[in-house]
Design a protein around this ligand. Sequence first.
Ligand code: PHE
Length: 351
Amino acid sequence: MLEHEDIRVRRGRRSGVAVIVAVHSRTLGPAIGGCRMRRYAGWREGVEDALRLSEAMSLKCAVSGVPFGGGKSVIALPPGIEVTPALRRAALEDLGELIESFDGSYITGPDIGTGPDDMLVIKERTEHVFCLPTARGGTGSSSGPTASGVLASLRAAAARTLGTEDLAGRTAVVIGLGAVGAHLARSLRDQGAKVIVTDIDPAKRGLASAEGLGWIEPDRALHTPADVLIPAAVGGLLGPAQAAAIEAPLIVGPTNNQLTDDAVADLLAERGITWVPDFVASAGGIIHTLAREIDELDDVSADARVEEIATTTATLLDKSKQHGTTPLREAHRLAAQRLTPRQPQPRARLR
Ligand code: PHE
C-alpha cells in the first residue's frame, strides 16, 4: 500500500533538474518539512530520500505535539553538473512552483544544502515557506534551535545513561560539521566536554582545529570510544555492523533517518546503548519556527518550547526502561496515538 498521501516529481522547466515534493501525512495538519539540495546518483535516489524524510517529518511533528504533518522536498542535483548560482536559483524557482501546486497543504523550510536566502528565492513562486532571512522579516536559520533541541535531549538522556547532565570532562564525537553539527560541537566544547569531530569534507579539518576541536577521520568516528556519539550529517549511518561496533553508551543527534532499519534500534538496546530517536532529538527547528511564525511567540517563549524536548526524551527513556522496550518503540507508540485520534484533535493551537 502507498503510505504517502502525495508525491510529485518534476523536471524543472528552468533548471532541468529533478524537483521533488513528498507528502507523507496531513492527518494532523498541513505537511511541513525542509528542502534538501544535494547531489544524488540519480533522481530516483532523490525520490527515495524524500519518501523517507517526509515520513520522518510526520513522526517528528506527532511526537512534538504540533498540529502539522510530514513532508519534504528534494532538489536532486545530478552527479557531474556544475552548480552555478544561476542553476541554483533556477532549481529553487522550479521547486517553488511545484510547492505552489500544493495550495498550502505543504510548507517548506531550510534543510541540508539550503538556507534562509534560498527560502527567499522559493518565496518568489510561493507563499508557503518558513525561515526567510531575519532582514526580510523571517526567523532565519533554524539550525541554532535544532542544536538547542539536541542539547536539551542530550541533557535528559545523559542524566539517565551517564548519571549526570553535566558533560564537562566527557568525550563527545560529533559526526558532521555542517550548520547544526558546528553549533553542537562549539556548545559542548564550551561546556567543558572533550569534543572530537569529523566530516567527509576534509576542508573542515582546519575549522575544527581553529575552534579547538579534536579531529578523527570519518571512517573511524563510529568506533571511537566516547561517552556520547552525535550524528549530525546525512542519514543511514547506523546499520547492524555499526551497531555491533559502537563504543559509546549514548547516541543522540540531529541527523534524520539515522538507522538503516528500525531493527537496528533493538540491536543497539541489546548492547546496552541508548539511542534517542532522531525524530525526537531533531525537532527543535520545527518547534521554534512554528512557535515564532505560526503562534507568533517571542524568541524566549519559543526557546522554552524547544526545551520541552528534554521532557519528551526523559519520558520516552523512562517508559522504555519500565516496559522493557526501546525508546524507538515508545516514540512510535506516542506518534501513533496522536496520528490516530480517538477524539477530535484541537487544530487551532499548537499545544
Ligand atoms: N530541516 C528541518 C527538519 O528536518 C525542517 C524545517 C525547519 C522545516 C524549519 C520547517 C521549518 O526538521
